[in-house]
Design a protein around this ligand. Sequence first.
Ligand SMILES: NCCC[C@H](NC(=O)CCC(=O)O)C(=O)O
Ligand SMILES: NC(=O)OP(=O)(O)O
Length: 314
Amino acid sequence: MKYFTQFESKELGQELIDLAIAYKANPLLDQAKGQGKRVGCIFLNPSLRTRVSTQIAAQNLGMEAMVLNMDKEGWALEMHEGAIMNKGTVEHIKDAAGVLGSYFDILAIRAFPSLTNKEEDMTDFIFGQFIKYSGIPVVSLESATRHPLQSLADQITIQEHLVGKKKPKVVLTWGPHIKAIPHAVANSFAEWSLGMGHDLTITHPEGYELHQSFTKGATIEYDQSKALEDADFVYVKNWSAFNDYGKILCTDSRWMLTEDHFNNAPQGKVMHCLPVRRNLELSDEILDGSRSLVQKQAENRIYAAQAVLSKILG
Ligand SMILES: NCCC[C@H](NC(=O)CCC(=O)O)C(=O)O
Ligand SMILES: NC(=O)OP(=O)(O)O
């Protein structure tokens, strides 16, 4: 495996889940595997979990992880070919990524979407520039379109809580937010859940349809209470409109889950990638109650990253 940027196949997904579960039981199982190797973690946006869990994962494999907060500590990067760099950008991605490629064995990159340029965002333009010019294996720490390490951790968490059920009912529900938020987590969660064979229902206000390349095979249900019936896992996420790109079309607080939403899904577990805005996206009642898997998901981020780095090391 050279790149980890999206869901590839159920077989690879399961292999990574199994490896992650083995590392969770014995984090230092492959302590010698990464000796003498370096992973560069490049952040163009903020992070808590991804930053720390990836460093712990590398350390567990005996690898060195270096973090560069490019948005704050690096030179402003020019992404476009042929640009005359007489404005704010200082260094071209060709030069910077080439250098990083010579310093590291693996590059891991976080590059959020603009939410203004749909075409560039949809092709993961910035992310692609790093892949093109670094020439080394690349791991996504959340791109414009996807957050695969989060999704892998989510699938590990679902498998750990299946209680004998082969095909769980998984619901992805939109929750309110005050900001325009990327589609990456929702896209990726849908892509991985469908890919791993779950029965997926997606519920959101009208106008919040995700791109169908991520949701093909899912049931789209605009009535949230109907969607939640008999749900085993309920994944809460805000995202901005995709068709009316990057717009906020709804802030209706009735979409925020409380205990009352679970009258027809008593067994339902609740998931969120974090960070979560309490009592806006998701109620204290749910987050602090026994349905919540959010801390377990965050813990599994370590083992998801460890499995991916290990697989790339070969
Ligand atoms: N990496 C996990 C989520 C990152 C990002 N959340 C945010 O930007 C939240 C910002 C805020 O709440 O102000 C997202 O949803 O894609
Ligand atoms: N879930 C997640 O990716 O968290 P961070 O943005 O804090 O890394």
